[in-house]
Design a protein around this ligand. Structure first.
Ligand code: GDP
Length: 431
């Protein structure tokens, strides 16, 4: 069966949106399976920029259907805004192009309120969340208090669940965080209004739809959000997101088995970035970091926050290959490295005086490692107009080869700019 997973191999923001958009031209269905509106995919098509937070990037291809699966926490205001924007842009013309699972957890204003209040209360210990309410929404799911997307279409059930939930939430909001409570009635009325707009996109069982599509030989793309190092269980805990970001999550979030996956493509930049707090072994000094930030546009698509920048970390990349079972890589933003005389690539760490090649899973240990670099020659040429691998400068080709050899994983795609046409294929997607 032809399932392909696209997963972030670093700390997120690797350029998954562009990859999913480019891959979608060859896919029948794109499924978003985890995270929420904390992800931000920036796509550039014919020079027009579109930022999507919840709706899969495949929506820009008219023949490709899109799905939001149960593993996603659905910010109800955000999804309506995206639908309206896409309709206004003439992109979303038919409700069959987008289906949202009845089983999705609905993210509401009180989740956002709690998220922001907690970060403020944590002071220096804050996680650096996007403040979008993702953590509190997933907590509701785990404690069986979540309002599901399907609940929006049953007014009585919705009212009852909202009342029960707000009783507890407002106690925290008012008594502990000293903020204004959230009132049931206006929120209920707003949800009823939004439900009417969202009804055409409703699907009772998205798992069945995906299963049938795969059985019928359709090509299904599973779109991950955030990145491996932000995984709730396997990332740099506690500086992580609230969902599982690794490949296994595609199965869990969608409700399909792993045997349908034909390919698992890890997305990595030619360097590394991270937002928020937490260990980051290859972080550069501020001068270099600022240069990359400016040249690579390294500011969060969701929050606008400046991203921390560093050299490519092959120890972390090998870890991502292992925990995701990556079958190949897409190397993004190679163009951003142009003009550096020398390029550093981290091939090992030193921890307590000992050289190590495997990533320490404890964040405490990871924050203490020193990176060991291999210095490669850089190139001065602008790569943005290159359209074939063989036309890249020799030093850039050596850089690509070095990475593939060191991590023993093929690189299928290299990206030299945000546009679709700035994509160099080494190996076709469905081969
Ligand atoms: P995502 O969440 O993984 O999709 O990543 P983001 O969309 O937050 O960040 C990737 C950014 O890099 C976006 O602004 C893309 O338009 C841009 N981008 C993607 N690929 C390339 C590339 O190869 N070169 C350059 N210069 N920009 C790229």
């Amino acid at each position: 069966m032809a399932g392909i997973v696209v997963v972030g191999a670093q700390w997120g923001d690797e350029g998954k949106g562009k990859v999913v958009d480019v891959f979608s031209a060859h896919a029948d269905l794109v499924v978003r399976y985890q995270g929420g509106a904390n992800a931000g995919h920036t796509l550039v098509v014919n020079g027009v920029k579109t930022v999507l937070h919840l709706i899969p990037s495949g929506v820009l291809h008219p023949k490709c259907s899109c799905m939001i699966a149960p593993g996603v926490v659905l910010d109800i205001e955000e999804v309506v805004k995206e639908i309206r924007d896409l309709k206004a842009a003439g992109v979303l013309t038919n409700s069959e192009q987008l289906k949202i699972s009845d089983q999705c957890t609905v993210l509401l204003s009180y989740h956002r309120k709690l998220d922001a209040a907690r970060e403020v209360a944590a002071g220096n210990e804050k996680i650096g969340t996007t403040g979008k309410g993702i953590g509190p929404a997933y907590e509701d799911r785990a404690s069986r208090k979540a309002i599901l997307f399907g609940d929006l279409f049953d007014r009585e059930r919705l009212k009852g669940k909202l009342e029960a939930s707000l009783k507890e939430k407002n106690f925290l909001i008012e008594k502990y965080y000293k903020q204004e409570p959230v009132e049931v009635e206006p929120l209920f009325n707003r949800l009823v209004e939004l439900a009417a707009e969202l009804e055409p996109y409703r699907s009772k069982d998205t798992s069945l739809v995906v299963h049938r599509a795969l059985k019928a030989g359709k090509k299904v793309l599973f779109e991950g959000a955030q990145g491996t190092m932000l995984d709730l269980l396997h990332g740099t805990y506690p500086y992580v997101t609230s969902s599982s970001t690794i490949t296994g999550s595609a199965c869990i979030g969608t409700g399909i088995g792993p045997s349908v996956m034909q390919k698992i493509v890890g997305i990595t930049k030619a360097y590394t970035t991270r937002v928020g707090s937490g260990p980051f072994p290859t972080e550069m000094n501020e001068t270099l970091s600022e240069r990359l930030r400016q040249e690579g546009g390294e500011f969060g698509a969701t929050t606008g926050r400046p991203r921390r920048c560093g050299w490519l970390d092959l120890v972390a990349l090998k870890y991502a290959i292992r925990v995701n079972g990556l079958t190949s890589l897409a190397l993004m933003k190679l163009d951003v490295l142009s003009g550096h005389e020398k390029i550093e690539v981290c091939t090992a760490y030193r921890l307590d005086g000992v050289e190590i090649k495997e990533l320490p899973v404890s964040s405490n240990d990871l924050s203490r490692v020193e990176p060991i670099y291999r210095t490669l020659n850089g190139w001065s040429e602008d790569l943005r107009n290159v359209r074939a691998i063989q036309d890249l400068p020799q030093a850039a080709r050596d850089f690509i080869q070095f990475i593939a050899t060191e991590v023993a994983t093929p690189i299928d795609v290299v990206s030299v700019g945000p546009g679709r046409e700035q994509t160099l294929w080494i190996k076709p997607l469905f081969s």
